[in-house]
Design a protein around this ligand. Structure first.
Ligand code: T3D
Length: 264
C-alpha cells in the first residue's frame, strides 16, 4: 500500500516541484545512483500523470552524481517475475512519459544505465552533461534491453551502433551520444544546469498544443507511410490552426514582437 495524503500519493523516492511553468521531477535515491525500485516507478508514473495545472514543461533529472542506474538490483531474486514487472510497472511509467500533457526534457546529469538510459530516451528531448554516459548495461547481467530501448535506440542511431551499444554494453559518452543523434545535446558540466533551465523555460512559454501535435506526428512517422503521414499532418495542422497560440503567433509576427503563447 503506497502512503497517501487524501487523494495524493506521498513521494518517498522522488521530489517534484513547479516553478514558473517548469515542473521538475528529481529521482532521489542518490546512494544507489537513483536505481528504480517498484516504489519509484509508481511515484514517477503518478507524478507525470498528475502534473500541477500550471506546469507547461516537465524536466526529469537525478539527484547526486548519477541520473539513474536502472532496475534496483538489490530488488531482484532469481525468481523475480521480470515480465510482470515490465508489463505492470515499467510500461505504465514509460507510457505516462510518452503521453505527458506537456513536453518532457530528460536532463541527464550523470550516468544513465539500463532502464535508466531508456527512461531518459523516453523523453521528448534529452540534454546531457558532458560527463554523463549512456549504458545499455543489460547484457552485462544476462538481460535483454527493455524499457523501450530496442524501439528507440536503433531508430535513433541505426542498427550497427544499436547492436554495438547493446552487445558490448559499454558507456557511450554524452558528446558521442549527441554526435550519433541519440540525444539532442551535450553541454559542458559547468553550463548544464543553466542550459537545461533555459530550454525548459523556452518550452514552458511555448505553444503547448502545437508541441504535443509535433510529438504525435513524429511518433506516428515510424509506422505510417507517406499518404498516412500527410493526412495526419493535415489533421493536426487543422487543429493547430484553430488555437489561440496560432492567432497570437501570426499577430506577433506581423507586429514584429515576441509571441506570448498561452499554451492553448
Ligand atoms: O524487472 C527487471 O528486473 C527487468 C528490468 C530490468 C531493467 C534494468 O535496468 S537491468 C540493468 C540494471 N542496471 C545495471 O545493471 C547497472 C548497475 N550499475 C552499474 O553498472 C554501475 O553502478 C553504474 C555504471 C551505474 C555506476 O558506476 P559507478 O562506478 O559510478 O558507481 P558504483 O560504485 O557502481 O555505484 C554506487 C552505488 O550505487 C553502489 O553502492 P555502494 O557500493 O556505494 O553501497 C552500487 O552498488 C549502487 N548501485 C548502482 N547501480 C545500482 C546500485 N544498487 C542497486 N541497483 C543498481 N542498479
Amino acid at each position: 500500500m503506497m502512503p497517501r495524503k487524501g487523494d495524493a500519493m506521498i513521494y518517498e523516492t522522488i521530489q517534484s516541484a513547479v516553478r514558473e511553468g517548469v515542473a521538475t521531477l528529481t529521482l532521489n535515491r542518490p546512494q544507489v545512483m537513483n536505481a528504480l525500485s517498484s516504489r519509484m516507478r509508481a511515484e514517477i508514473t503518478d507524478a507525470v500523470a498528475t502534473l500541477p495545472e500550471d506546469a507547461r514543461c516537465l524536466v526529469i533529472t537525478g539527484a547526486g552524481r548519477g541520473f539513474c542506474s536502472g532496475q534496483d538490483l538489490t530488488d531482484r531474486a532469481a525468481a523475480a517475475d521480470l515480465e510482470g514487472t515490465l508489463r505492470d510497472e515499467y510500461e505504465p511509467m514509460l507510457r505516462a512519459i510518452r503521453a505527458c500533457r506537456v513536453p518532457v526534457i530528460a536532463a541527464v546529469n550523470g550516468v544513465a544505465a539500463g532502464a535508466g538510459a531508456n527512461l531518459a530516451l523516453a523523453a521528448d528531448v534529452v540534454i546531457a552533461a558532458e560527463s554523463a554516459t549512456f549504458i545499455q548495461a543489460f547484457a552485462r547481467i544476462g538481460l535483454v534491453p527493455d524499457a523501450g530501448g530496442t524501439f528507440v535506440v536503433p531508430r535513433a542511431v541505426g542498427m550497427a551502433r544499436a547492436m554495438g551499444m547493446m552487445l558490448f554494453a559499454e558507456p557511450v559518452g554524452a558528446r558521442q551520444a549527441a554526435d550519433w543523434g541519440l540525444i539532442w545535446e551535450a553541454l559542458p558540466d559547468a553550463d548544464f544546469a543553466a542550459g537545461v533551465d533555459a530550454r525548459a523555460r523556452q518550452l514552458a512559454q511555448g505553444p503547448t498544443a502545437a508541441y504535443l501535435a509535433i510529438r504525435e506526428a513524429v511518433a506516428a512517422s515510424t509506422r505510417n507511410d507517406l499518404d498516412a503521414q500527410l493526412a495526419l499532418e493535415a489533421r493536426l495542422q487543422g487543429a493547430a490552426g484553430r488555437t489561440a497560440d496560432f492567432v497570437e503567433g501570426v499577430t506577433a509576427f506581423l507586429e514584429k514582437r515576441p509571441a506570448r503563447f498561452c499554451g492553448r
